[in-house]
Design a protein around this ligand. Sequence first.
Ligand code: ZN
Ligand code: ZN
Length: 556
Amino acid sequence: MSLRLIPFGGLGEIGKNMMGFFYDEDLIIVDAGVMFPKEEQLGIDLIIPDIRFLEENRNRIKAIFLTHGHEDHIGALPFILPKLNVPVYGTRLTLALVKSKLKEFYLPIEPDFREILPNAVVSCGKMSVSFFPNVHSIYDGIGIVIETPAGTVVHTGDFKFDQTPMAGMFTDFKRLTDLGSRGVLLLLSDSTYADRPGSSDSEKSVRKSFEAIFSNAKGRVIVAAFASSIPRIQQIVDSAKTYHRKVAFVGKRMIENVAIARELGYLMIKEDEILREEELSTSAHESIAVITTGSQGEPFSALTLMAAKSHKSVEIIKGDTVVISATPIPGNESLVYRVVNQLYRLGAEVVFNPSVKSDASLKVHVQGHAGQEELKLLMNLLHPRFFIPIHGEYRQLVHHARLAREVGIPEKNILIAVDGDIVEISDQEIRVVDRLPLVPQFVHGYGVGEIGKSIMKERRALGEEGVLVLGLTLHKETLKLAAEPEVVSRGFIGDDSELAILEETKKITREFFNNGALKKNRDPEILKGNLKGELNKFFGETMGRKPIIIPVLTMI
Ligand SMILES: [Zn+2]
Ligand SMILES: [Zn+2]
């Protein structure tokens, strides 16, 4: 009998973290995350782990344990749960974030969520699982301890050490020391910043910068942050309060997460300290703070729309101070710089530290993962027999393995594994015994699959012909237009004839819905298909073009 593990994602890449642990007939899973596509992967929304092997072994799975509520750890659940309907364990905030996310999906099953309470021990056949609290950029993160007949396995989740953490977060050094003195067989540890010397800064160290920004700003202060970074949002809220500014939360995900965090007591802000989005236009600018999404320059996020002068309630003007309280995730740099340039063009002052170790006078972000000194400290507390670096691109795994050697773990006890490796751990050795051929699964719209010919065709058409998005609001009963169709085009027209063509598009759309197209068929998919046909005929005949047309239906 031996202990085996398989990384289904997250090793050799940042994102879609998921790992399976096997002992005898029992199997447990840690995390089920997504990865965001690279800029060139057009037509793809998300990438999720390949779980065919887990589906085949469904009956052996005891549970899925979630380390925390970041997308790279929970984002695949909407796609995985219908296939693996097993109990899902998470802490309070983590489960609340999962449930809020699942509302956007239709799930044919009722998921079995179980809240992890402090000191909980979950028995999973021959394995038993317990937890320890983590400091990270989100509340309620945990590390996982798996007791197996072969020995104790520690999975860190995402973590950093912070000697002055935000209220409600702490590192349980005593627990870690106890684990170390009882003996740890295998440590799996977060490699995100294994290539960064030194230690991470305390979350509280950004407070000074925010105080300075709020005290100096004459106009509005607009801060973009991750919607899940409730500790950061708390600090911005507190600074705003000190300087007598009310806070408006803008952006769908921001508004949802703030509501969850307030309800569960993770974010403290009184009702009368909040400004509604509608009140933004009538309030004095020096009394306004806006906390919004878009810190990664994501297309269609609130900050990106503001920078493009297309946000419905915030128009950037001279006198505004915009703070980007995050660093770009590798791959997003050009998106963020595009937004920053645009904000400057509109006359705003921008505070942005492109790298986390920047010695900028105004530090508005700190890293959420352990640096080299913290990683070594953890290894020294646990002194594990075997070590596998996780959660990182290949070079980060290699750096982390080097750190392990530096603290004295013998080379033969360190294994750099990648997604799909089947790793076996015995008393004496750790080795890759086999490989699962994993195929990353691409999610587009609500479908999942490998990338097919149609997507490739779509990408090409997007590049060559552009895209036209039609926002259609229909009456639920009559399926008639309830509002003027909205048309947005990208890469399609882009010259003076644009307005005329968009008007004609609206006209054809209106006629389509008025001319009894509905009597033939009420199926929304068929309706969309027929409308696309009409429009394509028009674009083909008048312009010789064939753009991608995306009708988006809202029923009211
Ligand atoms: Zn995380
Ligand atoms: Zn992560």
